[in-house]
Design a protein around this ligand. Structure first.
Ligand SMILES: *Cc1c(COP(=O)(O)O)cnc(C)c1O
Length: 395
């Protein structure tokens, strides 16, 4: 079905940070399947684990216990809590499903009447009907009304707005992204998450953080919330979890997770051995390579290289989740198409911003190469947008 616009290239293979199209052309991948392939394409550890698992046991159903699920859940618990432990995990197949789990858990926790979920304008939480309503983009709701009820939205980064609607007699959970990826890598004021944590504590409301895009090293920490020294009640992850194998997870503090009873939630495929073999190999390799540190270093390099470029107003984000905010008059979508033609894969989540989210294993030389392509294409776009004016001239 035509749910995506047609693209001018067809990728048939990948290796590390490179993609190859059906005509044999090579591209630098600075999108990673939207923050999915954090270890790069065709990573041998993941490929080997999946191949071995496929030849051993693909699937058994969650009617039976599975040792891989216990092991991977314990590992995720360690990463979320910084080693302290004390959480439980539900495995799903995607980010939307991980968030659905969080929303259902919040409703179980809150009880009837105290079922509302407050999220932020500009957020993105998924495409199912409930996660679509949690997504704070009213124009996306309109064609699919009526949506499941019990969702409210407030301005992102505005603690007072949050405090005004977080009525503990009606609200079960506050659901936030630490950085809004899909609205152009929007970073809230520092201290926002910590303040939201305090507010939720005072009012007995769950703090649910959607780390589907920001989690697993992308922003320079294992989880972006760790930069504010807090622990949420619920954390959702997906995208990079299986390095391309579909997998999602909803982590919750054990006291919160305990509100689910057998039969409350489930999944045919979630947590199956094949997906979890990829997750286990991905998490192991991420730790061996210390991907959070790599994201910090290469992110710093890219910010420095790109910040002063002609046509760039600002580079925002953290680690290797960066939004290149363009000067007025430059169309990020058109620019992304030109960059693709020049061999650099990025995307434009909103009209004025290019998103950079390369694999976390990207090298210094690859970042230099991407910055060179970007500089060249930006300069040409600026020349075309302002005929007769010198490049970098006042605007
Ligand atoms: C991508 C994304 C989702 C949805 O994940 P799917 O796997 O596409 O369902 C949810 N939340 C955030 C923050 C995302 O970036």
């Amino acid at each position: 079905m035509a749910t995506y616009r047609p693209a001018p290239v067809r990728f048939v293979a990948g290796a590390g940070c490179r993609l190859f199209d059906d005509e044999g052309r090579s591209y630098l991948d600075f999108l990673s399947g939207i923050a999915v392939v954090s270890l790069g394409h065709a990573h041998p550890a993941v490929a080997e684990a999946v191949g071995r698992q496929a030849a051993t046991l693909l699937h058994v159903s969650n009617l039976f216990e599975n040792a891989l699920a216990e092991e991977v859940a314990a590992r995720l618990d360690e990463l979320v809590t910084g080693g302290a432990g004390g959480g439980m995990v539900f495995f799903a197949n995607s980010g939307a499903e991980a968030n659905e789990c969080a929303i259902k858990l919040a409703r179980r926790f809150g009880g009837r009447g105290r079922h509302e979920v407050v999220s932020a304008y500009g957020s993105f939480h998924g495409r199912t009907l409930a996660t679509l309503h949690a997504t704070g983009q009213p124009d996306k709701h309109e064609p699919f009304a009526p949506l499941p009820e019990g969702f409210r939205h407030v301005a992102y980064g505005d603690l007072e707005a949050l405090a005004a609607v977080a009525d503990p007699t009606r609200v079960a959970a506050v659901l936030l992204e630490p950085i809004q990826g899909e609205s152009g890598v929007v970073v809230p004021p520092s201290g926002y998450l910590a303040a939201a944590r305090r507010l939720c504590d005072e009012r007995g409301i769950l703090l649910v953080l959607d780390e589907v895009q920001t989690g697993l090293g992308r922003t320079g920490s294992w989880f972006a919330f760790q930069d504010e020294g807090i622990l949420p009640d619920v954390v959702t992850v997906a995208k990079a979890l299986g390095n391309g194998m579909p997998a999602g997870a909803c982590w919750a503090r054990a006291e919160v997770a305990g509100h689910f009873r057998p039969g409350d939630h489930g999944s045919t495929f979630g947590g199956q051995p094949l997906a979890l073999s990829a997750v286990r190999a991905t998490l192991e390799t991420m730790a061996e390579l210390d991907v959070p540190a790599r994201a910090r270093h290469r992110g710093g390099q890219l910010v420095e290289a790109i910040s002063g470029m002609t046509g760039v107003r600002e580079v925002r984000g953290r680690g290797l989740l960066l939004g290149v905010v363009l000067e007025e008059g430059l169309d990020a979508g058109a620019l992304a198409s030109r960059l693709l033609a020049e061999g650099l894969v990025v995307n434009a989540p909103v009209p004025g911003v290019l998103r950079l989210a390369p694999p976390l294993v990207v090298s210094e030389a690859e970042c230099d190469e991407a910055a060179e392509i970007l500089k060249r294409v930006l300069a040409a776009a600026v020349r075309a947008a302002r005929p007769g004016r010198p490049v970098g001239g006042a605007g």
